[in-house]
Design a protein around this ligand. Structure first.
Ligand SMILES: *[C@@H]1O[C@H](CO)[C@@H](O)[C@H](O)[C@H]1NC(C)=O
Length: 256
């Protein structure tokens, strides 16, 4: 019996030491540069660098930061950040543009994490810490239960009422069209000019290229693109560009 207890103590102390050691390595690496010393600092810095597109192409949120990302995406800070973005958008469209009134003044919105929130899905699937399962994600989309982002909903209607034509460009697939339309209408969006989804051909293409192609199509049809609101850099990068782009926060996933 004594032997058993001793063994147990040895094993449990080994386990604790190795967990602490991992964290100490991270901490040392981090504080050697004289910047902060907590996991919170580390994860907030990760999050911020994702937002400004210094960190790209991650397929999952680093495991040690999943809790931090979840906390942020469900916080009043996330709401405040989205609200501030909406205020800046309002400031811009109130004075930016001399609309010609020929029906060719355009504004573009993304869908996920821009008009609609997929947080209820990610809340059940590891908050960006698990690789996206597109089968279960699309099954969730088909339920059409995504809530609106309130601040985007408000500016969506203000932009429309100013006379801009609204285009929705999303990397959602064409097969999700009716579920997407149902969902958008259910939470209060209506009156857009076109909803552009990824056709079979476009699925082979990088999202960034697909987004550019859709903007080119609008420009070829004579539209002037005054603004884009999106949560992914791949919605803004490449040509043709809009006069201004507004990035909404999203550190749960990255679309290249
Ligand atoms: C993805 O989700 C589907 C539906 O929930 C499930 O059947 C499948 O096993 C999942 N795939 C992986 C790789 O987890």
């Amino acid at each position: 019996m004594d032997n058993f207890v001793a063994l147990f103590l040895i094993i449990s102390s080994l386990f604790t030491t190795s967990v602490i050691a991992d964290w100490n390595i991270l901490k040392q690496r981090w504080s050697r540069n004289g910047v902060g010393d907590s996991l919170k600092n580390y994860c907030e810095s990760w999050r911020m660098n994702v937002e400004v597109s210094n960190i790209r192409g991650f397929s999952v949120v680093p495991q040690e930061c999943v809790g931090h990302v979840k906390k942020y995406m469900t916080s009043t800070q996330y709401k405040a950040d989205s609200k501030r973005a909406a205020e800046e958008i309002k400031l811009y469209f109130s004075g930016c543009c001399t609309l010609k009134g020929d029906g060719k003044d355009a504004w573009i919105f993304d869908i996920d994490e821009t008009l609609l929130s997929t947080i209820p899905y990610y809340n059940k699937h590891g908050f960006g810490g698990e690789k996206l399962n597109s089968t279960s994600f699309e099954a969730w989309i088909k339920e059409s239960t995504a809530p609106a982002l309130d601040h985007t909903l408000e500016i969506f209607h203000e932009i429309k009422n100013r006379g801009f034509k609204i285009f929705l460009i999303s990397s959602r697939r064409e097969t999700l069209r009716s579920a997407t339309v149902d969902n958008l209408i259910k939470v209060g969006y209506h009156g857009w000019s076109n909803l552009m989804l990824r056709a079979l051909d476009d699925e082979l293409m990088e999202v960034k290229k697909y987004q550019s192609k859709m903007r080119q199509r609008l420009v070829d049809e004579g539209y002037r693109i005054w603004g884009i609101v999106g949560d992914q850099w791949s919605s803004f990068e490449g040509l043709p560009s809009a006069k201004r782009a507004f990035k909404l926060p999203n550190s749960m996933y990255h679309i290249a």
